[in-house]
Design a binder for this molecule. Structure first.
Ligand code: TYD
Length: 204
């Protein structure tokens, strides 16, 4: 089982998943929790290049290819092995982030980004994708309040960029209804965590 968690910035997806994973582990499910870009040493090195605030000259296709490269390495070194061992892999961001950020917001086109990612992933799509959905105005305000979170190169994009990200995620949910579940992240922490857990349990 391969589960991905997606959403615009500041949706609180990490907290929602932390809460759900604690409960799943208590029920004796074998969970591998990971994140993108990153998840393995090579992928983390690629992540540092992508998110470095000083890399203002980065071309958008370079950005898309680096995300796909990081994803590939993560699959090879971690995700495929864990799935083979029968574990439940829960990954914070995956291919749909590339479709929404690079395909939608950077306007490289969803189909182009799909092509690159089909090559990178050899067609490994998630069984379940939870879209922790929030309006960008609320999400970005949450990020600015969170002093512990380091602001990265993509956080610095304008509101309009983040609106496109969210719109593309909503479009993707319509395109892939069999694997998408939308969770309203404007609710309180407990409600969001419960909806996250329920959606995972329903699929398991
Ligand atoms: P991160 O600090 O992990 O943010 P978050 O907590 O919001 O997940 O930074 C990841 C950033 O990279 C985030 O702004 C989303 C972006 N991203 C893409 O643009 N494309 C991708 O394919 C992925 C995986 C992430």
């Amino acid at each position: 089982m391969f589960i991905t968690i997606e959403g615009p910035e500041g949706s609180g997806k990490t907290t929602a998943v932390d809460d759900a994973v604690k409960k799943l582990k208590a029920m004796d499910y074998q969970i591998v929790r990971t994140r993108e870009p990153g998840g393995t040493p090579i992928s983390e090195q690629i992540r540092n290049v992508i998110l470095d605030k000083n890399n203002t000259a980065m071309d958008k296709r370079t950005e898309a290819l680096l995300y796909a490269a990081s994803r590939r390495q993560h699959l090879v070194e971690k995700i495929w092995l864990a799935i083979k061992e029968g574990k439940i892999v829960i990954c914070d961001r995956y291919l749909d982030s590339s479709l929404a950020y690079q395909g939608g917001a950077r306007q490289l086109g969803i189909e182009n980004i799909l092509t690159v990612n089909e090559f990178a992933t050899e067609g490994t799509f998630p069984d379940l994708t939870l879209l922790i959905d929030i309006e960008p105005e609320i999400g970005l305000a949450r990020i600015m309040k969170n002093v512990d979170r380091e602001v990265n190169r993509l956080d610095l994009e304008k509101l309009d960029f983040h609106q496109k990200v969210r719109q593309t995620f909503l479009q993707l949910a319509k395109r892939y209804p069999e694997r998408y579940v939308i969770i309203d992240a404007s609710k309180d922490r407990e409600t969001v965590a419960k909806a996250t857990l329920d959606a995972i349990l329903a699929r398991l």
